[in-house]
Design a protein around this ligand. Structure first.
Ligand code: NAD
Length: 281
């Protein structure tokens, strides 16, 4: 069994981004800029945004966070995004999810200029991803693809079972895998007999939010298991969606939690923001 080390791969990606930022500053006098919209006081969202801001600083980006109370109206959020859309110093806009219940998340995401949509959630970018055109791709699945590339894991013709079908994880993951010529099965909460799907797969990618959902008898010998789940359990520790202790001995490759997909998500956010800055007009 080989561990897929997301932390060291993310560090490698970040160092190459740092060099590219230096080049961009010297050649075009451009400093990539990321704006984050953070609404409410959910501790997990605050922690994620802090990590993202720190990562921006580390690679030499300019970053700003618009902190708003959870009583803010839809119109005020829209007005803020429109203002950032027009800000020439900003190349990427990220709206930290989840948003408060009274806010229409899809409508908010649609206001982001698709050219600054570094999270890849705008329907324009989703459509381009599905049709295999160049686009901004959601950071978590993009990070998983980078892991496959780094570890030279061939996807062509492989049976891949994606567990979880959200707009931000499972669906873009499935599109990327399909674009890479894998045979993809997408499963979700209504799937009957999940095990019958996961146990046939050469690769299982799970992003659900249920600790220990994937058990030893659900994966075949030699499978590759990618665990996107991040769950804080009672003792305060972070675990994924895979029963790591019992599943890992059966795997050829597996990602740990923490230190797997999580760091790659932030690295891909930086990578998407750099990509946007490189075509700034
Ligand atoms: P979500 O709640 O939007 O979607 C969950 C998906 O899992 C849904 O499609 C649902 O049908 C499916 N599901 C739920 N229970 C299931 C079950 N018992 N069997 C099969 N499918 C089931 O969640 P999300 O935003 O997609 O996040 C999923 C997980 O990934 C969470 O743990 C989240 O913290 C984590 N996540 C991690 C990163 C990262 O950087 N590693 C990024 C985003 C999300």
């Amino acid at each position: 069994m080989q561990l897929i080390d997301g932390k060291s791969l993310a560090n490698k990606v970040q160092s190459s981004i740092t060099s590219e930022v230096e080049k961009l500053k010297q050649e075009k006098n451009i400093v990539p800029g990321l704006a984050v919209i953070l609404i409410g006081d959910d501790p997990a969202s605050h922690a994620y945004v802090k990590m993202k801001a720190k990562a921006c600083e580390k690679v030499g980006f300019y970053s700003i966070t618009h902190n708003m109370p959870d009583t803010i109206s839809q119109d005020e959020i829209v007005a803020t995004i429109e203002m950032i859309n027009d800000n020439p110093r900003i190349d990427g806009i990220l709206v930290q999810l989840p948003l408060p219940k009274h806010v229409d998340t899809n409508a908010i995401l649609e206001v982001i200029d698709p050219k600054k949509d570094v999270d890849g959630f705008h329907a324009y970018n989703v459509g381009r991803l599905v049709t295999n055109l160049d686009s901004f791709v959601a950071c978590t699945p993009l990070g998983v693809m980078k892991m496959f590339e780094e570890y030279k894991i061939d996807l062509k013709g492989k049976n891949v079972c994606v567990v979880g079908a959200s707009n931000i994880v499972g669906k873009p993951m499935a599109s990327l895998l399909l674009n890479a010529d894998a045979t993809v099965t997408v499963t979700h909460i209504c799937t009957k007999d999940l095990k019958s799907h996961t146990s046939k797969a050469d690769i299982v990618v799970v992003g659900v939010g249920v600790p220990g959902l994937i058990k030893e008898d659900m994966v075949k010998e030699g499978a590759i298991v990618i665990d996107i789940g991040i769950n804080r359990i009672e003792d305060g520790s972070l675990v994924g969606d895979v029963d790591f202790e019992n599943v890992s001995p059966k795997c050829s490759y597996i990602t740990p939690v923490p230190g797997g997909v999580g760091p790659m998500t932030i690295a891909m956010l930086l990578s998407n923001t750099l990509k946007s800055a490189q075509v700034r007009i």
